[in-house]
Design a protein around this ligand. Structure first.
Ligand SMILES: [Zn+2]
Ligand SMILES: [Zn+2]
Length: 165
């Protein structure tokens, strides 16, 4: 109690800080915001019931879509990325990351396994068919491992020593 009265300016749970707003009872498992409502998140509108949690869990995976409106969303599976690309919710200029980019942010049109769904080869940028498994121009492969546990990270390699001032 004394903590709350002493430092009311330390609550950052709603405005995007690192700490939970302890005046709000529920921590949203999807976006990390704290909520007064117990059934549904006030920030992302996600429902907290077990079936909703399972549905979200089913769609989770190692792919991320850069979205400043929803920066704390969980990653999604390749199946979700694929469906979004085919529906036009991911475009050539959408910034994404996933196993085929080694988790570095990349334009969707340069992302293996995603660009061809948008009609382009990720490697040579020439037209490609969403249903084909490789580029007709440069033979780059379009098939990805859709294992949702696989992050696609490169190996850890030792860095050269850096002189620090
Ligand atoms: Zn939320
Ligand atoms: Zn190509």
């Amino acid at each position: 109690m004394s903590r709350m009265s002493r430092a009311p300016d330390r609550f950052h749970g709603i405005e995007g800080g690192h700490a939970m707003d302890e005046r709000r009872a529920v921590l949203c498992p999807y976006c990390g915001a704290s909520s007064l409502r117990r059934e549904r998140c006030e920030t992302c509108n996600g429902y907290f019931d077990p079936l909703s949690r399972q549905a979200t869990q089913n769609h989770m995976g190692p792919w991320y879509i850069r979205d400043i409106e929803h920066p704390f969303r969980p990653g999604c599976s390749y199946a979700v990325v694929r469906a979004m690309a085919l529906k036009g919710k991911i475009t050539h200029a959408t910034i994404i990351r996933g196993p085929s980019t080694r988790q570095f942010w990349e334009l969707a049109r340069r992302t293996p396994g995603v660009a061809h769904l948008l009609g382009l080869c990720h490697a040579c940028q020439k037209p490609a068919d969403p249903s084909s498994d490789k580029c007709p121009s440069c033979a780059a492969g379009f098939i990805l491992d859709d294992d949702r546990q696989y992050l696609g990270l490169g190996e850890v390699r030792e860095l050269p020593p850096v002189a620090r001032g």
